[in-house]
Design a protein around this ligand. Structure first.
Ligand code: 1CP
Length: 355
């Protein structure tokens, strides 16, 4: 087993005792940091940054140099998988990700391959290996993927969407076709995450950013079902340690019991649910990650501290089972010092809960 200097994050996910509540931030490496913008311009563009293991490792570690974060997250994107399937990912300035070949017909879906993690996606595995080397055992490395449903929204819509009309039309008029795509994506994500684990990721998280736009029934059939399949297919022990799995459905607070029933180790919460309620519903089955509104980081250090205190007391005096985070990614115009105040507040204020 390779040793870790700070394993509070992994311990909290497994509901083992910790010294304080560990914290990391979704999108902690990114455009709110001037040093990220500099490395990105050096790389040329976002995908070139992802494809260069040394630079991807550099930006992964940038937030850890500024703040006392308890975990690092692989610098990459969920859209690497559809890109490896041949959909032609590109970024239009100010418009977000797009695909030159969206998948819409049975022939499109039949054609897409299940990517080999050490083939088309080798650059991601190389980034994981490089980051583990550069982290030098300081904190654990989180690997990640999008959920099949969330990936499918981008693949079918051809990019970001607000109303998801193209994929919903497919869901309601040709459900079997969409299921074929989701099943292929689930198999691809299993291989991709297991590849990351073999390359050195010490926990994995599945981002289901768009599961919350579904009806409860469709959420179960078209999103949760495939995340469950992934949880069942993942390597759960590696290098003599458990590899915890976190599922995050944005706007999924209504469905915590069914999410917990997949056998995941932790559930990521957005800010639309009180952590106290979440804990009373599923706290005996899973750890919880979250859940401060990222917009609180626009306010003062005092206001940030109050919010941290409120969330810690909501989770209460259980010795473990809470990983502090934002309820979604950090906004790109947040002052980095405020992120520092947030992280310090979690560490300072949480120690009393763990004595
Ligand atoms: O211009 C730039 O520099 C690119 C901006 C950017 C960044 C920094 C994109 C494009 N992706 C990323 C990195 C990224 N994406 C990480 C890195 C690790 C970290 O957290 O520090 C992660 C985990 C993601 C995951 C991701 N990408 C998600 C799921 C999480 C979430 O935020 O909901 C989603 C939905 C994406 C798609 C995507 N990629 C990039 C953008 C701008 C988007 C969102 C587009 C949309 O809103 O639909």
């Amino acid at each position: 087993m390779s040793s870790l200097k700070n394993d509070n994050y992994l311990r909290a996910l497994l509901r083992e005792p910790v010294d304080y509540t560990p914290v990391w931030m979704m999108r902690q490496a990114g455009r709110y940091l001037p040093e990220y913008r500099k490395t990105r311009s050096q790389a040329g563009d976002f995908m070139s940054l992802c494809r260069n293991p040394e630079l991807a490792s550099e930006v992964t570690l940038q937030p850890l140099k500024r703040f006392k974060l308890d975990a690092a997250i692989l610098f990459s994107d969920i859209l690497t998988v559809p890109d490896a399937m041949g959909l032609g990912l590109y970024f239009e300035a100010g418009e977000g990700p797009k695909f030159s070949h969206p998948v819409r017909t049975p022939a499109d879906i039949k054609r897409i391959p299940i990517p080999d993690p050490e083939g088309e996606l080798r650059y991601v595995m190389d980034a994981v290996r490089q980051i583990r080397k550069d982290l030098n055992g300081e904190v654990p490395l989180i690997g990640f993927s999008g959920s099949p449903w969330t990936l499918a929204t981008y693949m079918v819509e051809g990019g970001s969407s607000k109303a998801f009309t193209v994929i919903k039309k497919m869901m309601y008029s040709e459900p079997a076709l969409l299921h074929t795509l989701l099943d292929k994506l689930a198999d691809s994500v299993i291989d991709y995450l297991n590849g990351q684990i073999m390359a050195g990721a010490q926990s994995v998280m599945i981002f289901d950013t768009w599961g919350g736009v579904l009806t409860p029934r469709d959420y179960k059939d078209f999103s949760l079902h495939y995340m469950h399949k992934i949880v069942d297919g993942l390597i759960r022990e590696h290098d003599s340690r458990t590899v915890p799995v976190t599922l995050f459905t944005k706007n999924g607070g209504m469905w915590l019991e069914s999410i917990a029933a997949t056998g995941c180790d932790a559930i990521g919460l957005d800010w639309t649910i009180d952590i106290e309620d979440a804990k009373s519903r599923v706290g005996d089955k899973v750890a919880l990650q979250g859940n401060m509104d990222p917009s609180i980081l626009y306010s003062s250090p005092e206001r940030i501290r109050d919010e941290v205190a409120r969330i810690l007391s909501g989770f209460g005096y259980d010795k473990s089972g809470h990983v502090f985070n934002l309820g979604h990614g950090i906004h790109l115009d947040v002052p980095p010092e405020n992120a520092g105040s947030f992280i310090d507040a979690v560490h300072d204020l949480s120690r009393v809960y763990h004595q």
